[in-house]
Design a protein around this ligand. Structure first.
Ligand code: NAG
Ligand code: NAG
Length: 467
């Protein structure tokens, strides 16, 4: 079979002349190594056929790019050291190639066997029998197109690749990095405490809990792939509040694991839980410190039973409790139980939240997390419309809870002033602004002002003395 479309005839004639005259071209081609010493690397690829190109004799222009090199569709390529395109024999000569094709696929300069795999971010690519890669098409948690769109879009914040999220799907982010169940409507309607602003009281334009209460505000936690933000945000707010209300006599980092493993009534540990249940447990049972009962971590696809509760306590009268078990961490002996008074809900009002924060310490807030929030690296967050034009499965959200620690204002390059909350997340200290983020204030952005809770550490006179 010898095909030569009429249009190519001229090209062939010219190429034939070039082959005689152009020494440089020959030189290069003669120096180049054969392509098929180790067999045909892209056995399923269409090259000569794609261009409908087959040339007689030697035609150095009868060439195509091939896996970073050049392959030829001219007869001259059919020599001992072959640089023929993979489909040259098949398409131009109508015979099977003289080399057995390698069964496999190329990636990054390597040959993978059939059914071999590699990961392209969150998607697995598998080598098919025809020598072609086939990749899953899941939306990834770290999405480069989204990062670029946010950073080009002047939204007031910057996006980037948080390395712990690389390789996770968006679905996994929603499933394993959040973990607060939206409260039932009866809890949503829980009595609000109204913080009445005194007439003439003016709140400062900026406030940070760690400046008012140095050493009493704890660093952001890391929930890993445990969907237990209900326990992490509760432990975080309770730690700060116990420290503030005991005037620094006690400064425990309270144990999220104690809540995850022991507050099991209507709670799902690392599969999610409710804030009202968490506060009920802290009030009636109390928890030990994180040193005493450390976080045991959780893997994405971890099946099987959750770890059993390793801390128990008994009533001591007047509602106080005492541990009856040793610390799960055998190096720690202090197994004091910390408790709080009933949590209270604040009005969904910027000024009330600010006043409570300034007077009594950090507050807990429910928040709706959208796909772009995972990419936050700094600035004043608000949910962007960059995914609006994409299919539904790229636009996901789930309920989370966090600790609000302060507020402020910042003038943007365009002259606009943005008001924000400063918030501690539980995605570790390397996410966002050292584990914190800032989010637009006064607009109920992502529902962050809709369900805000405060609590008092249960601090007796005896606690003030002996620590
Ligand atoms: C091309 O190479 C094959 C295998 O070496 C050989 O059998 C065949 O005769 C060659 N064809 C031409 C046209 O030179
Ligand atoms: C994102 O971070 C991960 C982990 O550090 C890294 O392996 C990956 O190459 C990064 N991706 C991009 C596109 O920068």
């Amino acid at each position: 079979m010898w095909r030569c479309p009429p249009g190519l005839l001229l090209l062939l004639l010219l190429a034939g002349q070039g082959a005689l005259g152009d020494r440089r071209g020959r030189w290069r081609r003669e120096l180049a190594p054969g392509l098929h010493l180790r067999g045909i690397r892209d056995a399923g690829g269409r090259y000569c056929q794609e261009q409908d190109m087959c040339c007689r004799g030697r035609a150095d222009d009868c060439a195509l790019p091939y896996l970073g090199a050049t392959c030829y569709c001219d007869l001259f390529c059919n020599r001992t050291v072959s640089d023929c395109c993979p489909d040259f024999w098949d398409f131009c000569l109508g015979v099977p190639p003289p080399f057995p094709p390698i069964q496999g696929c190329m990636h990054g300069g390597r040959i993978y066997p059939v059914f071999g795999t590699y990961w392209d971010n969150c998607n697995r690519c598998t080598c098919q029998e025809k020598g072609q890669w086939e990749c899953d098409q899941e939306p990834c948690l770290v999405d480069l197109d989204m990062i670029n769109a946010i950073n080009r879009g002047n939204y007031g914040w910057q996006a980037g690749n948080h390395s712990a999220f690389w390789g996770m799907t968006l679905d996994e982010g929603i499933r394993y990095r959040l973990g607060t169940t939206r409260p039932s409507s009866s809890v949503m309607n829980m009595n609000e405490i109204y913080m009445v602003l005194d007439p003439g009281q003016v709140l400062p334009t900026a406030f940070e809990a760690s400046e008012k209460w140095p050493n009493l505000i704890h660093e952001p936690l890391d929930q890993g792939n445990c969907a237990g933000s209900w326990a992490f945000s509760t432990a975080a707010v309770a730690s700060d509040r116990v420290s503030i209300h005991s005037l620094g006599h006690m400064t425990p980092v309270l144990s999220p694991q104690n809540l995850l493993s022991c507050d099991t009534h209507h709670q799902q540990g690392c599969r999610g839980g409710r804030l009202d249940g968490a506060w009920w447990f802290l009030r009636r049972r109390g928890v030990v410190s994180d040193n005493c009962y450390p976080f045991s971590g959780h893997e994405r696809d971890e099946a099987g039973p959750a770890p059993p509760c390793m801390m128990h306590s008994r009533a001591m009268g007047r509602g106080k409790r005492q541990a009856t078990a040793r610390c799960p961490n055998s190096h720690v002996h202090a197994n004091d139980i910390y408790q709080v008074t009933p949590a209270y809900r604040l009005g969904s009002n910027e000024q009330e939240i600010m006043k409570e924060l300034m007077e009594n310490g950090p507050v807990q807030a429910l928040m709706e997390v959208h796909e772009d929030f995972f990419l936050y690296q700094g600035g004043i967050y608000s949910h962007t419309p960059v995914s609006l034009s994409r299919p539904e499965r790229y636009r996901r959200h789930g309920t989370h809870s966090v600790k609000i620690t302060g507020w402020g204002e910042e003038t943007q390059p365009d002259g606009k002033t943005l008001k924000y909350w400063t918030v501690a997340n539980s995605w570790g200290p390397s996410w966002g602004e050292r584990g914190h983020f800032r989010i637009v204030r006064g607009a109920n952005e992502c529902d962050i002002e809709s369900f805000v809770l405060g609590v008092w550490g249960r601090v007796g006179m005896e606690d003030m003395g002996h620590h």
